[in-house]
Design a binder for this molecule. Structure first.
Ligand code: XLS
Ligand code: NI
Ligand code: NI
Length: 444
C-alpha cells in the first residue's frame, strides 16, 4: 500500500523548525538546530537522535489498570500486515518532521507475528522491504535493531536463560533473523536488552547455568553476525529489575564482569538507559563514567524515571542539569561513535493527542541539545578539569608516580612516611564551590 504524495498522517503538524531560545512557539526547537555547524559537523550529526518505534508507534498508554488511551487514526484495517505498513509510513513522516536522523525497533514492533516462525519471518520480510523503501525515500537511517524476546508467553521464563533448551533454540532462530533484517536495513548497532533474562525466585533457578547459557547465546550471535558480514556494534543494555525480580545484566559494572568472565568484552559496548541507571541506584552519569572508563560506552537510551517510583516509567527527559553532567562525561570520553541518543520514552497515559508526540520529542531534543552546548563550554573552559587534575597532582611525580607505575611497594612507602613525609595535610574537596560553579553555567 503506497502512500499518495500529499497524504499526511500528521496534518496540521508541520516539520519542526528551529526558532532560537527566545521563541514562544511551543512547536519549535529552541536549542536543537539540526543545520547548525559546530566543529565541522551539523547538530543533526552530533546528536544522532533516534525515535523508538515501540513507544512512539506501538505504545497505547495501557497500564496494568486499564487499556490503551491513545488511538491513532492509521491503526485501522483488517489485515495486520497492511496496517503495519501504513503505521510505518506514519512513523517515517514523524521521523522527518521531528528532524530525527535515526529510528530503532524490535522485530515484533514493526511486524505482527505469524502462526509459525516461518510465517513470522515471511511477514517481517514484507514489512522490512517497505521500511527499506521508506528509509531510502526519507534518508532516515536505522540506529539499531533488536529482537523482542520477552512479550510472547513462550518467553515467560526467559529466552537464552530459559530452563528449556527448546526456547533457547527458538530465541536463537529469532535473533538470527533480527540480525539479518538489521543488516538489510543498514543498522549501525544491534542491541541486547535482557528482556526476561533473570529470575523470579532462586527456588527454581540454576543461576550459574543460566548465566553460562546467556554467554553462549551472545557468542553464537557474534559468530553468526560475523558469518553474514554484519559490521554493526553489539550493545548490551543493562537493567537491574523489571520485568523479572533480578535481571542478570544488572548495571554496567556487573555487565563488564559478565563480559570479561565469558570472553565477550571485545565484542560488546553498552547501551545506557537513564531510567535503568536510576533503578539500579546509580545516576545516569555514573553509568556513563563506568562504561567510558573501560572504553565501552556505546549508545544512550534517552529517557528518565521518576525517583519516587520503583519501575521504568520511561519519561522524556527535560532535566538540563542531569543531561549536562551526562554530556560532559560523554564528550570527555570522545562521544558515542556509532551510537546515538534514542528516545526510549513514552507519552503519559493522558497525552493522547498527536501533538503530544511532538511536544515530547521537542522537549527531549532541546534539553539534550542545550546540555550538549553547555557541556562543550564547560569542557572548553576547563575549570572542572583543572580542579580535578590538580586534586590528583601528587601522583604526577615523585613517589606518587612511583605508586602509579608500581615501582615501589609497602616497604618503601613505610620508610618514606617514617623518615620524610610524616602526617598528610587535609585538603578541602570544595564540593559546594563546584556545585555553585556548575550552576553558573546552567543559570544565566
Ligand atoms: C526496556 C528496554 C527496551 C530496550 C530494547 O526496559 O529499555 O525498550 O531498549 O529492547
Ligand atoms: Ni531501552
Ligand atoms: Ni527501559
Amino acid at each position: 500500500m503506497a502512500k499518495s504524495k500529499n497524504k499526511s498522517y500528521f496534518s496540521g503538524l508541520d516539520r519542526v523548525a528551529y526558532e532560537g531560545p527566545s521563541s514562544e512557539n511551543p512547536l519549535a526547537f529552541r536549542h536543537y538546530n539540526p543545520a547548525e555547524v559546530i566543529d565541522g559537523k551539523t547538530m543533526k550529526e552530533h546528536m544522532r537522535f533516534s525515535i523508538a518505534y515501540w513507544h512512539s508507534f506501538r505504545g497505547t498508554g495501557s497500564d496494568p489498570f486499564g487499556p490503551g488511551t491513545i488511538v491513532r487514526p492509521w491503526e485501522k484495517g483488517k489485515d495486520p500486515v497492511s496496517v503495519a505498513k501504513v503505521r510505518l509510513e506514519a512513523g517515517f513522516e514523524f521521523f522527518q518532521k521531528i528532524e530525527s536522523p535515526f529510528w530503532c525497533f524490535h522485530d515484533r514492533d514493526i511486524a505482527p507475528e505469524g502462526k509459525t516462525l516461518a510465517e513470522s519471518n515471511k511477514i517481517l520480510d514484507q514489512v522490512v522491504a517497505h521500511a527499506k523503501q521508506l528509509q531510502k525515500s526519507t534518508g532516515v537511517k536505522l540506529l539499531w535493531g533488536t529482537a523482542n524476546l520477552f512479550s510472547n508467553p513462550r518467553f515467560m521464563a526467559g529466552a537464552s536463560t530459559n530452563p528449556d533448551a527448546h526456547v533457547f533454540a527458538y530465541a536463537a532462530a529469532q535473533v538470527k533473523k533480527a540480525l539479518e533484517v538489521t543488516q538489510e536495513l543498514g543498522g549501525e548497532n544491534y542491541v541486547f536488552w535482557g528482556g526476561r533474562e533473570g529470575y523470579e525466585t532462586l527456588l527454581n533457578t540454576n543461576l550459574k547455568r543460566e548465566q553460562d547459557h546467556l554467554a553462549t547465546f551472545m557468542h553464537m550471535a557474534a559468530d553468526y553476525a560475523k558469518s553474514i558480514g554484519f559490521k554493526g556494534q553489539f550493545l548490551i543494555e543493562p537493567k537491574p529489575k523489571e520485568p523479572t525480580k533480578h535481571q542478570y545484566d544488572f548495571d554496567v559494572a556487573s555487565g563488564i564482569a559478565f563480559l570479561r568472565t565469558y570472553g565477550l568484552e571485545k565484542i560488546f559496548k553498552f547501551n545506557i538507559e537513564t531510567n535503568h541507571a536510576t533503578l539500579a541506584g546509580h545516576t545516569f552519569q555514573h553509568e556513563i563514567e563506568v562504561a567510558a572508563a573501560q572504553g565501552m560506552l556505546g549508545s544512550i537510551d534517552a529517557n528518565s524515571g521518576d525517583l519516587l517510583l520503583g519501575w521504568d516509567t520511561d519519561q522524556f527527559n527535560t532535566d538540563v542539569k542531569e543531561l549536562t553532567l551526562a554530556m560532559v562525561s560523554i564528550l570527555r570520553a570522545g562521544g558515542l561513535g556509532s551510537g546515538g541518543f534514542n528516545f526510549d520514552a513514552k507519552l503519559r497515559r493522558q497525552s493522547i493527542d498527536p501533538s503530544d508526540l511532538f511536544h515530547a520529542h521537542i522537549g527531549g531534543m532541546d534539553a539534550y541539545a542545550a546540555a550538549f552546548k553547555v557541556a562543550r563550554q564547560i569542557l572548553a573552559e576547563g575549570q572542572f578539569e583543572r580542579f580535578v587534575a590538580d586534586r590528583y597532582s601528587s601522583f604526577d611525580s615523585g613517589f606518587g608516580k612511583d605508586i602509579e607505575t608500581r615501582k615501589i611497594g609497602f616497604k618503601e612507602l613505610e620508610k618514606l612516611v617514617l623518615t620524610k613525609l610524616g602526617e598528610p595535610t587535609p585538603r578541602s574537596g570544595r564540593q559546594e564551590y563546584l556545585e555553585n560553579l556548575l550552576n553558573r553555567y546552567l543559570v544565566k
